[in-house]
Design a protein around this ligand. Structure first.
Ligand SMILES: [Zn+2]
Length: 241
């Protein structure tokens, strides 16, 4: 879950954030300015308060619609979904304020976006958990620690692996990827091993996780094999032809 993208998925796609439309924000600002000019206790002030509440309701409905839409898409196409555990405090912030003072905490666009983002994440995973469970699947929550610093290809953990917010470059194997996608693959892998009973032959080494390794696009940046030659990773290079 993030700010630049609402959610990054392990298949390399992302869900763009559902920012309240510019139109709604303009209407909200206008209604709030109008409210400021009204006399306390007047009927016009009450009307202005109601108008703000209506706009906020509209924005909230659009957000709920967005969350329903995307949780349904994922639940319909996946049986097991892994998500990062969210810090609890980000879920407690109230975005819309009270009916009596609806404008209080939504004065700034940034504040509105931040708060609705936190609320959205919480509701999103609740919806997702319900919808996945309805279809016989499961939502698995895993700790997010280090997932953004861990290479999805070789498992190397280093803060330097992430030179910028957007890019992941492994200092050991050179794996290069979208930073959010890389983290999403690590979260998927943690969810996967949380579900998988420990067996003798199965380890948690990333290289052994076939599907998530393919999802990571590992090796896709390797040069094509030279004519007559074998893949460089192949250990059978000793055989002379
Ligand atoms: Zn690596």
């Amino acid at each position: 879950m993030g700010v630049a993208v609402f959610a990054a998925l392990s298949d390399g796609t992302g869900i763009a954030p559902a920012n309240p439309g510019q139109k709604a924000l303009r209407a909200l600002r206008k209604a709030q300015r109008a409210l400021a000019r009204k006399t306390r206790g007047s009927a016009n002030r009450r009307k202005a308060v109601r108008r703000i509440a209506r706009i906020q309701m509209r924005v909230a409905n659009a957000r709920k619609d967005f969350l329903h839409k995307h949780s349904t898409i994922i639940a319909k196409t996946h049986g097991v979904v892994g998500v990062e555990a969210l810090p609890v405090r980000s879920l407690s912030a109230s975005a819309t304020g009270t009916v009596a003072e609806p404008g209080r905490r939504v004065r700034q666009k940034a504040g509105l976006n931040r708060a609705s983002l936190a609320q959205g994440w919480g509701l999103f995973r609740t919806l997702l958990a319900d919808k996945v469970a309805d279809r016989g699947g499961r939502l698995v929550e895993v700790p997010a620690a280090d997932t953004s610093q861990t290479c999805a290809c070789c498992g190397h953990v280093d803060a330097a692996n992430r030179p910028s917010q957007a890019v992941f470059v492994c200092g050991r194997c050179g794996h290069r990827a979208n930073a959010d996608t890389n983290a999403a693959i690590n979260i998927l892998r943690r969810a996967d091993s949380a579900l998988t009973p420990v067996e003798g032959h199965r380890t948690k080494r990333p290289d052994d996780a076939g599907t998530s390794r393919r999802a990571a696009g590992c090796g896709s940046t390797d040069p094509p094999p030279v004519e007559g030659g074998e893949d460089v990773s192949c250990s059978a290079s000793g055989r002379a032809g």
